[in-house]
Design a protein around this ligand. Structure first.
Ligand SMILES: [Zn+2]
Length: 184
């Protein structure tokens, strides 16, 4: 791992090359490492200049991940899923009943699944599905997630109307949405 100095700070960074990418790409991992993916033939110096130019954005992102580090979720195994699936279901069910005493929507089936890419979903039939990893979520994020999926029972999109509905129970949904997204 190399380091690069950005605005006086030593930032660990790693270079990889990919023949699939035509352009230079940079990303920051949750543990604060900078990754640069270079197309073959691109000069490292060129990449480093580019990184320097983007230093404001990079440092902001690193700071964000450092601040939210304690929220990084443990990955759940198949074994844990088997053992705690009922518990996850009970947690979700209770939250749904709580928030739906306000919204009063008609709810279909509730399911819990092990998923990698999403926290929850709502089908056209009104079935709600949640990621098993919700057992590791802090309460404020769990509340937001449940209200989000509940509101899809009325608005199956992310329209202004939808967010108005969410905000009735979760006024600070914007920041929570960002945080939840960063955890998947
Ligand atoms: Zn949604």
């Amino acid at each position: 791992m190399k380091t690069i100095i950005l605005q006086g700070q030593n930032i660990p960074y790693q270079i990889t090359r990919s023949d699939r990418s035509k352009n230079l790409r940079i990303s920051i991992s949750r543990d604060g490492n900078l990754l640069a993916i270079l197309p073959y033939g691109m000069d490292e110096k060129f990449a480093e200049n580019f990184i320097q130019k983007k230093s404001d954005w990079i440092l902001k992102k690193i700071k964000y991940f450092q601040k939210h580090k304690f929220h990084i979720l443990p990955k759940s195994s198949q074994k844990e899923y088997k053992l705690r699936k009922k518990e996850a279901y009970a947690i979700i069910k209770e939250k749904i009943l709580y928030f739906n005493s306000f919204y009063k929507f008609a709810i279909g089936k509730i399911t819990i699944r092990r998923q990698k890419t999403r926290w929850g979903s709502c089908s056209r039939k009104g079935n709600l599905n949640f990621n098993f990893n919700i057992i590791h979520l802090p309460q404020n994020l769990l509340n937001y997630l449940v209200v989000h999926e509940l509101c899809h029972l009325k608005e199956l999109n992310h329209s202004k109307k939808f967010w108005e509905l969410v905000s009735l129970q979760i006024p600070d949904y914007k920041i929570l949405r960002k945080e939840l997204k960063s955890l998947i």
